[in-house]
Write a protein that binds this ligand. Sequence first.
Ligand code: SF4
Length: 784
Amino acid sequence: MAEPVKTHCPYCALQCGMAISATASGITITPRTDVPANAAGALCQKGWTAADLLTNGARLTSPLLHGRPVEWDVALGHVADRLSAIRLEHGPDGVAVFGGGGLTNEKAYLLGKLARVALGTSQIDYNGRFCMSSAAAASIRAFGMDRGMPFPVTDLAGADVVLLAGANPAETMPPFVRHLDGPRLIVVDPRRTATARLAWLHLRPAPGTDLALALGLLHLAVAEDLVDAAYVEERTSGFDAVRTSLAAWWPERVERITGVPVPRMREAVRALAFAKNAYVLTGRGAEQHAQGTDTVTAFVNLALALGLPGRLGSGYGCLTGQGNGQGGREHGQKADQLPGYRRIDDPAAREHVAGVWGVDPGDLPGPGRSAFELLEALGTPAGPKAMLLFGSNPVVSAPDSARVAERIRSLDLLVVCDVVMSETAALADVVFPVTQWAEETGTMTNLEGRVLLRRQAVRPPPGVRSDLEVIAGLARRLGHDFADEPGKVFEELRRASAGGPADYSGITYDRITGETEEPRETRDEGDVPYGGEVRDRADVRSGADVPGGGEVQDRADVRSGAGVPGGGEVGDRADVRSGADVPGGGEVRDRADVRSGADVPDEGEVRDRAGVRGGGETGQGREVGVFWPCPAPGHPGTPRPFLGSFATPGGRARFVPVEHRGPAEEIDDDYPVYLTTGRVLAHYQSGAQTRRIAALAAAVPEPYVELHPDLAGRLDIGAGDLVRVTSRRGQGQGVARISDAIRSDTVFMPFHWEGANRLTNPALDPTSRMPEFKVCAVRVERVT
Ligand code: SF4
């Protein structure tokens, strides 16, 4: 029997490790234990059933031209001819490219190159704009760089308190919750979600008021003198302006706006402030608002005031959602970016990337429209007349989706690359059937910023090609020679990203498999990530870091300031000096020498007798994945980029004053109920994949509307009734689920089916251009 192939899950940003065995009797998936995200051997229901994607009867296996199967050459030739004609008539911006946060880094990179080099269009963006763009914008604003969660996920277990604003990982990425077993959990969510049920404290703000709540929490931190003044002084700028702006957000006012009682706010702030180590994390619930960037900024301000970001064992992070939501926003499929997370309007970035691409920097287009603005412009007199779409299904996933479908229908040419006939593919002139996760090789960058290798484990069905081959095939017919083999594309990506914030130049496929031993020297501020091992006589110096699972063995010398978080082990004879830190679960064994000021918190164990000093040598490191930035082949990667300083010009994190504005659409007599949307455990994104998996479809077979018993009573709606929900933009339907987990002024609909997003409001955040998915005003009625 062939060896199982180590790869990663096709779905979310946790990118759980899994091994795939393909035999005559079928395909088997087993969890890997060498990937920190799911090291406990966990997968969620979606991961366990992912093999069904590979054998699904709904797979497309032939190019389709106006619904009829045709040869690849015919389809590619037709598309290239039509694109040339449309470009001739309407100019380069007459063609749009729309990508996805599930595409590999290689695909995202080549798609950006296709747009800017072969098509010369500025009109490229992707569905990640709908996912985490507000958190990305807020991170760049505060820290000078967006690395999602700028620390390994395993660090969370060592915290005392974690505040989770607008995220429901117990349903969206269940293995992540294992990392939250230790800390006290504060959940901010209008719904009593599966995650909120695990919380020590659940704050339930009215939909669209998270920003006011964050301002209230920060007001209390200042009023109760809980601000970490030394940290604010040493590591930040702009606090005075924020402190002044907080005067208007006294707790009683915030309680009136949010509905969260002042004592609960106070409890939350004190827990965070008195914790030795704490994290503030945000998810889509806080981010998908017309004030999403400011909402995240307010939570970042809170974290900064309490001295959390850039400190070992504490921080701020965003829970990216899509599989390659992080890498997908780094390598050029975003309207305003070039590879390496560079700004497209930065002359030095243009010069560098143009050099790699062999073109004149002046020939590269500038920034284009953001995702919704692009979709809204399709087919209009000034907008694109053709669109190439990869890895996305906007007819289901875009806000105001009926209008988006109408715009898509008005195109002269729609080309869709997909695995199955999605709702958007069904509108296409040409559909290219493409390979998927375990049928191809490529890199994914998970929510920690860890670059991982997804390896091919099975042969694709006959008749399909990879997205890379489609992109290169079109480029070739337009007169450009692009590589289409993933390894070669990645080599080019490495060069294009060199010197940028997301520098991948030191990362190779070989390094990130975790199967090669490579010498690793642990220096000041250095880092031996999860699973790394610092062996005999290693010297871990000040500021170095051996996170969860790391092991510092015999005779190691862990000096002042070094950290060995949760699960780490400092073995026999180790010497842990003043200020070193071995948090929860760490173990300092026999004969270790723990000096004055060293810290071995709860559950840590310090056994008998003191021991021996270490000698300054290097050990061997072995890990899965490498964290960017990784600017040189020998560089170990950067699990915690902000430990020394932030990526701002002066190295300080920036406080930014923000004000609560409220939802773009308030409830009124005509639309008296809030709608909020989200995900369920069994389904992923637009549901194009998961709705076709029998076990997942059986778990949640149809859209539903969750409503409170009081609201259901007022509207004479019973459990199981068919319910119609109407907003100013359209209608959606679902089966009624009555639950007191939802507020009585709000209904919830999952967005995995057509319907929920016909209702949602495309009001855009002015900075990130994120639509307001999370709140709009609706009317609810029973369908008679
Ligand atoms: Fe893990 Fe996410 Fe896949 Fe579930 S969907 S197995 S949480 S990567």
